[in-house]
Design a protein around this ligand. Structure first.
Ligand code: AHR
Length: 325
């Protein structure tokens, strides 16, 4: 009888998690019953890239029970509607705070107002969104526009004086990094001889980077001299397509990417990429501290920007052995 009741409770719990689309280290509840633990719902984009895996790991490490948190983690498979549903379920569960890495910049007003009405502070990590600033407490992330400018400045300096045909692999359509990196890159190459032949989304994934690059190569063949991949994974996927087309990446097609993951820097050391701009994913500690400060009523910076660097081949050789992601 006792076994049946316990099994029934477990089943109900499993159903509740499945219904909200959430999984994680903690069950539902405002503060975990201990009175001290802070329950945080984290709405992650998905698991599209190496960068994203490192970011998720950094967040899970920082929001550990040892650090005083119960984390309810949701990965939205890069679907905006999934992510909004997850945030709504966090509100219904009465979490203490919500952290969001928004898949896209738009469509957030209603659910953020619901969080505000429920007195649940929202902290943005990694990506930004377009809603009014009074709907979120703080943002912790990287300067995507500057990353695009740095990548574009390298392209302008290296190839801008000679006629150069570029193709672009964009990130998730409507996401802050895709928009801001495009804007930064374009402003940096303005007035140079670099011409954009084509620009399409590869959804920040290796698989789509490969597929879209195959399409570019079928259409433009050897005309392509430069690839700007808005993240390492798409650039890595494109390597296979370039080699399969009988071209040498890093020589026939010069490649600049953003993220500086271990695999991206390895491709740079191997001479297959030509320049890589960093986007730091290790934001967890700072986000967790911000959540604690906001809940304690302390004043926090509205925008907290991580510091990024950029790598040529020699700098990558030096950095690679100690690269943490
Ligand atoms: O928002 C940051 C971007 O999202 C990273 O560049 C990319 O790899 C990730 O998926």
């Amino acid at each position: 009888m006792k076994t049946k009741i316990v099994a029934g409770i477990a089943l109900l719990g499993a159903f509740a998690l499945a219904a909200t689309g959430c999984s994680g280290s903690a069950g539902a509840g405002a503060s975990g019953g201990s009175g001290k633990m802070i329950t945080v719902g984290f709405a992650q984009t998905g698991s599209e890239s190496g960068w994203r895996s490192a970011n998720t790991e950094s967040m899970k490490d920082a929001f550990s029970e040892a650090n005083g948190f119960k984390l309810i983690f949701n990965a939205a498979d890069n679907k905006a509607e999934n992510q909004i549903a997850a945030v709504r379920s966090f509100i219904n569960q009465g979490v203490d705070a919500i952290v969001i890495a928004p898949v896209v910049t738009t469509g957030w007003d209603d659910v953020l107002k619901e969080a505000k009405d429920a007195n649940i502070p929202v902290i943005l990590e990694d990506r930004t969104l377009d809603s009014s600033e009074d709907l979120w407490a703080s943002w912790i992330g990287d300067d995507f526009k500057k990353e695009g400018e740095t990548a574009g400045a390298w392209a302008a300096k290296t190839l801008g004086a000679t006629p150069t045909n570029m193709v672009v692999l964009e990130g998730t359509t409507g996401s802050a990094p895709a928009q801001d990196r495009a804007a930064g890159f374009s402003s940096a190459i303005a007035g140079t001889k670099i011409k954009t032949l084509d620009s399409q989304t590869g959804n920040f994934t290796r698989a789509d980077g490969k597929t879209v690059m195959e399409g570019f190569l079928q259409k433009y063949g050897k005309q392509i001299n430069l690839l700007f991949a808005q993240n390492d994974d798409m650039g890595l996927g494109a390597l296979d397509a370039i080699k399969a087309a009988g071209l040498t990446p890093g020589k026939d097609v010069q490649i600049v990417t953003i993220d500086a993951t271990h695999d991206g820097l390895q491709a740079l050391v191997d001479g297959q990429f030509n320049y890589v701009v960093e986007c730091n994913p290790l934001l967890g500690k700072q986000v967790a501290q911000t959540v604690k400060d906001v809940l304690a009523g302390k004043t926090v910076e509205k925008r907290q920007t991580a510091t990024d660097q950029a790598f040529d081949q020699n700098q990558a050789k030096t950095a690679l052995p100690d690269r943490k992601y």
